[in-house]
Ligand binder design. Sequence first.
Ligand code: NAD
Length: 321
Amino acid sequence: MIIVPEKEIAGLIGRQESFDAVESVFAAMAGGAAYNFPVIREAIGHADALYGFKSGFDRSSLALGLKSGGYWPGNMAKGLTNHQSTVFLFDADTGKAKAVVGGNLLTALRTAAASAVSIKHLARKDAKVLGMIGAGHQSAFQMRAAVEQRDFEKVLGWNLHPEMLVRLEETANELGLPYESVDLARLGAEADVIISITSSFDPILMEEHVSPGTHIACMGTDTKGKQEVDVALVAKAKLFTDEIAQSATIGECQHAVASGIVSEDNIIEIGAVINGNHPGRTSQSDITLFDGTGVGLQDLAVASAAVDLAIQKGVAIEVDF
Ligand code: NAD
């Protein structure tokens, strides 16, 4: 069995490898070769922790396994990251344990890759202004991956907690792009692509904020009750997602589906667009919305890539198991 420790991940896998892994697995999901197993998530009644598993199998790549992970709110005080993830991979032919891979950085990379894949396939080719809603840990990853998909000339940012906006400014500067903190009305009016990546439980971006032709990647809503976008905006947009079942239950579309305004039949798996079986955006004025709920197969895809790279680069730790 192979171990790839968290500290090795940054030196092994970058944005391009993560993008390729996530784009392929979304395609495999829509083609029926890959599927996610039901998600487990529990409040364990200790250390205020939420703990669970995301798992699945991709018959095309033979990635089989799970991401075990959760949220320990007291970790920061111990000098640790509150979110903790580890990916376990198994041999699809024998069931033997194949690899244990640190999953913290991989989670950030695969989430950023998902919104970047949506921009590649759904945003207007002439998109110039990127709008960022959210300025937490994940926002910098999302921005770096997004700007590789279009010739963005400017980044606009908004966050409920303005003191965090410095992260967006610093990241835009690192990418050589002008940055401005703005209100939501300006962000919606000027941005061609909007990424939302917050822990919000109330709609932030409203229908009246958003201009025709915008692509919105909703990445923060991954749990029942969370919400970043007004139901009326969801109802107006052409809807795409990683997985329809998650979109309708824990993703951004959950509220529109629950209220009956949108049905699951209105939501398209982005893999169908990647595979050429759905046209995606059909007009410059379409508002497209990608509901990135985060699936276990994304984790298995990037962890498998990290294992291959670790073996190639000689940093995989092999143990008898
Ligand atoms: P973080 O804690 O570093 O940042 C949280 C962000 O949400 C900040 O911008 C903060 O200002 C904002 N926020 C907090 N409470 C809010 C509220 N009540 N209303 C509006 N905004 C609020 O978290 P992060 O690591 O940047 O992750 C952001 C979100 O993305 C989390 O909710 C996380 O669960 C989610 N996430 C989703 C995926 C996925 O695959 N879809 C993957 C990773 C993280």
